[in-house]
Design a protein around this ligand. Structure first.
Ligand code: SF4
Length: 69
């Protein structure tokens, strides 16, 4: 199971992740990023990877937690 990891100390609210995967990320008016889904559905894996790569400050990561949760 793929999970999104967000380092809030790094995130600067650029919203590039939202552009890549609006199903997973939303930046509010104050630049605070909300994870809409922490666990990535199978059909959104590629989008999630693109979002992680798009972040200019490397605030995002993906962790494969196996099938434990
Ligand atoms: S692209 Fe990176 S810095 Fe921008 S909102 Fe997403 S996680 Fe935050």
């Amino acid at each position: 199971m793929l999970k999104i990891e967000l380092d809030r100390d790094r995130c600067e609210g650029y919203g590039l992740c939202e552009d890549s995967a609006p199903e997973l990320f939303a930046v509010d008016d104050e630049g605070v990023l909300e994870l809409l889904q922490e666990t990535v559905p199978t059909d959104l894996r590629e989008k999630a990877k693109r979002a992680v790569e798009a972040c200019p400050v490397a605030a995002l990561g993906l962790a494969d937690r196996g099938d434990r949760d």
